[in-house]
Ligand binder design. Structure first.
Ligand code: SAM
Length: 261
């Protein structure tokens, strides 16, 4: 298996063929959520397509197929995770139920569900439900002795002691306040539109990678997208492996990671 490389293809096939069993200490997975098809069109929005619209073929499944797909990729990542490894899965209300049930069935233990409060969430246009402003990251472990670098996590607490020291996490819980990626961090085309509908904030990945891995560890992302996991892992002196089946997204990730074609 090769590190610091993007594998092109279906993540289940790539993992089963190329990645060693029990070899990866940290996996961050941001899978399709199967929420496409029901988004609203907000004309003139330039951030993530119309209304950050996630309306992609790769995110559209028949429900039964989606459940099977979830089980299959969870099984594949379970095989390659080290005995003390951590699996973080990004999800929303659309798929958190399936993720929790199927991951537990495979023997994963749930350590936390981080709630990401999106401070710049989209407005509530229909006024028929509460405004959707959160996503979740489920942190699963396979066994005991998982890595949790508490002192690193404490640095994320915006509140400091009177002496300016990092405070305990009493006021920085399993709740992370971050904007949806905007500004310079957001990859955009010439027309100003976001190039990927679900680019994750680097800060979110920084928290996860600092908390649950050490320098030189390998961080694997089976749904690499624009390569956010690789970019942050590289910056934090971790090794990384990305898997992505969309050639356009791979191009973007390579550009971000300064990998020559
Ligand atoms: C939710 S996005 C991940 C976005 C990524 N976290 C980022 O920050 O850019 C999911 C990605 O998985 C890719 N994908 C979907 N199904 C896949 C599969 N079976 N194998 C590999 N990649 C897949 C999609 O092309 C998409 O880029």
């Amino acid at each position: 298996m090769k590190i610091n490389k993007i594998y092109k293809g279906d993540c289940i096939e790539v993992i089963n063929k190329n990645i060693d069993i029990n070899s990866i200490p940290l996996i961050f997975a941001d899978p399709p959520y199967n929420l496409s098809g029901s988004s609203l069109d907000l004309k003139n929005n330039t951030t993530g397509g119309a209304f950050y619209k996630v309306n992609e073929d790769w995110d559209t499944f028949d429900y039964g197929d989606y459940v099977k797909f979830t089980v299959n990729w969870l099984q594949a990542v379970h095989n390659i995770l080290t005995a003390n490894g951590s699996l973080y899965i990004s999800c929303t209300q659309h798929n958190i139920g399936e993720i929790l049930v199927k991951a537990k069935k495979l023997g994963f233990k749930l350590n936390n569900i981080l709630t990401w409060y999106k401070v710049n969430a989209m407005p509530n246009i229909t006024k028929r439900t509460y405004t959707h402003s959160t996503e979740f990251v489920c942190w699963f472990v396979k066994g005991k002795n998982w890595i949790f670098n508490y002192d690193e996590v404490k640095k994320f607490n915006p509140h400091k002691t009177k002496e300016g020291e990092n405070k305990q996490m009493r006021d920085f819980l399993d709740f992370v306040k971050l904007p949806i990626v905007q500004g310079k961090e957001r990859l955009r085309g010439e027309n100003g539109r976001a190039l990927h509908p679900t680019q994750k904030p680097e800060k979110l990945l920084e928290l996860i990678i600092r908390a649950s891995s050490n320098e030189n560890d390998i961080v694997l992302d089976p749904f690499f997208g624009t390569g956010t996991t690789g970019v942050v892992a590289q910056r934090l002196n971790r090794n990384w492996i990305g898997i992505e089946n969309n050639a356009d997204y791979i191009k973007m990730a390579k550009k971000r990671l300064m990998i020559k074609e």
